[in-house]
Ligand binder design. Structure first.
Ligand code: ATP
Ligand code: MG
Length: 415
């Protein structure tokens, strides 16, 4: 991509009402555009990051047997009334049509997926089964001040699974948990899992995946010696208490952001819709249902928060909008620009995603500042010095380290 043609430009100032680092940096670098609190448009750079995150999530969900679907976002009110959610769930957007029908736009999809599964799951032989989708969700959130980490419109991966027994749900949960941890790791993050019991009044068990960040809206307590982690809201435990799991560490308190969530829904939804299957004994039974969410746009916000520095965004290679930021200095010099053009073509031939800053009349300082702000992992600089040395200067965004490499060595990194 030629930077002179890029749809967006960087800007020096973020809107005054944006208080979080993720929104400030993403807006300044041209990844997103704010429409109103909690509603953002994703511009070319931002869309590319989302696509990368989506493909990591898709890969891990496919691996554990999830089948991708795309359920309707515009939904009838009836199934939501049938489960009681229409009156109980406060974040539901309710839409009146001119034909006096009521609709909602999806805030989640239990009410849609359960009747669909009911059509196809007839016998124990059809279980277990898991379907997922990646797409927009809409919630009438009261406070949306965390940039893209809390949207009224946001992107989520939501998976729903159906099982014969609790044991089978537990088996699948353990597999999904590992897949979730892989997703976060591949995105350059470390997530902790809270395993909170919903208590005896509810059949719901929920597991939250938390990434430590000051911009998070959750308070957690976590053990400094083992993987134990708990949401501070639900627990009687306190900071500096001894860890009851490993008996070695003590609990530390931190702000965290919930980047994923798994619910054991029991048989609530199958019951609400009268969804039974024939079990091995030939009797009608309700399947056990699980719901597995990952906040795709929140994840992007958390990466922006957790991995940025004073200069701007710092994308891990796995989710970066481009892998290489090729910067040509001295663009008036024919030899420099043709060397840069040739390198650009050679990288494209190797299938490398490159943002090529070939802009004329922009100072080296401005180009470097923009490059720091945008946060592409590897910067390759072509200058008069390149011609003199016969080498390219490359700089790693995350570590700030730079080195001089020959054209062959540079290209060899991408073969
Ligand atoms: P929260 O407590 O943060 O409101 P939730 O428990 O309502 O989250 P779920 O309904 O379980 O969230 O949704 C699954 C995932 O979707 C969450 O773990 C989170 O990563 C993401 N998510 C939820 N609400 C939002 C939102 N308003 N904006 C962006 N991401 C969200
Ligand atoms: Mg919520």
């Amino acid at each position: 991509m030629l930077q002179s043609q890029l749809f967006t430009k960087t800007r020096k100032e973020a809107p005054k009402d944006e208080v979080t680092t993720n929104a400030q940096l993403l807006i300044r670098a041209g990844f997103v555009h704010k429409e109103m609190a909690g509603s953002y448009s994703y511009l070319p750079l931002g869309r590319r990051v989302l696509l990368q995150i989506e493909s990591i999530v898709r890969d891990e969900m496919d691996r554990i047997g999830g089948q991708e679907v795309r359920m309707a976002t515009l939904q009838p009110s009836e199934p939501w009334k049938q489960t009681g959610a229409w009156d109980k769930v406060d974040v539901i957007f309710k839409i009146n049509s001119r034909t006096e029908k009521e609709y909602t736009i999806g805030q989640s999809a239990e009410e849609i997926v359960t009747p669909i599964a009911q059509e196809y799951v007839r016998s124990y032989k059809d279980l277990p089964v898991a379907v997922y989708q990646i797409g927009q969700k809409y919630r009438d959130e009261l406070r949306a001040k965390s940039g893209i980490m809390r949207g009224r419109e946001f992107s989520m991966k939501d998976m729903y699974s159906f099982h014969e027994t609790q044991e089978d749900f537990d088996r699948f949960y353990a597999i999904a948990k590992e897949a979730y941890l892989k997703v976060y790791k591949r995105c350059g993050l470390v997530a902790k899992v809270t395993e909170a019991s919903g208590g005896s009044f509810t059949e719901k068990l929920s597991y939250e995946f938390m990434v430590l960040t000051g911009a998070g809206e959750d308070d957690i307590l976590y053990c400094d010696a083992c993987s134990y982690c708990v949401n501070a809201e639900i627990t009687k435990q306190q900071e500096a208490d001894a860890c009851t799991r490993c008996n070695k560490g003590t609990l530390a308190r931190a702000k965290a952001s919930e980047v994923g969530n798994i619910f054991d829904l029991g048989i609530k939804y199958p019951k609400d819709f009268g969804f039974t299957y024939k079990n091995k004994e030939g009797e009608d039974a309700y399947p056990i249902m699980g719901c597995f969410g990952i906040g795709i746009t929140r994840l992007m916000g958390v990466i922006a928060e957790a991995l940025s520095d004073d200069g701007g965004l710092v994308w891990p290679e796995s989710v970066a909008p481009y892998r290489v930021h090729l910067i040509s200095l001295a663009t008036d010099d024919l030899e420099v620009s043709s060397t840069a053009n040739l390198l650009y073509d050679a990288l494209l031939d190797l299938g490398v995603d490159v943002l090529y800053d070939e802009r004329k009349g922009v100072s080296a300082g401005e180009k470097f500042n923009d490059s720091d702000l945008i946060g592409i992992p590897l910067r390759v600089i072509v200058s008069k010095k390149t011609l003199a040395e016969g080498k390219f200067e490359i700089k790693h965004r995350a570590s700030g380290e730079s080195e001089w490499v020959s054209r062959e060595d540079l290209l060899a990194r991408f073969v």
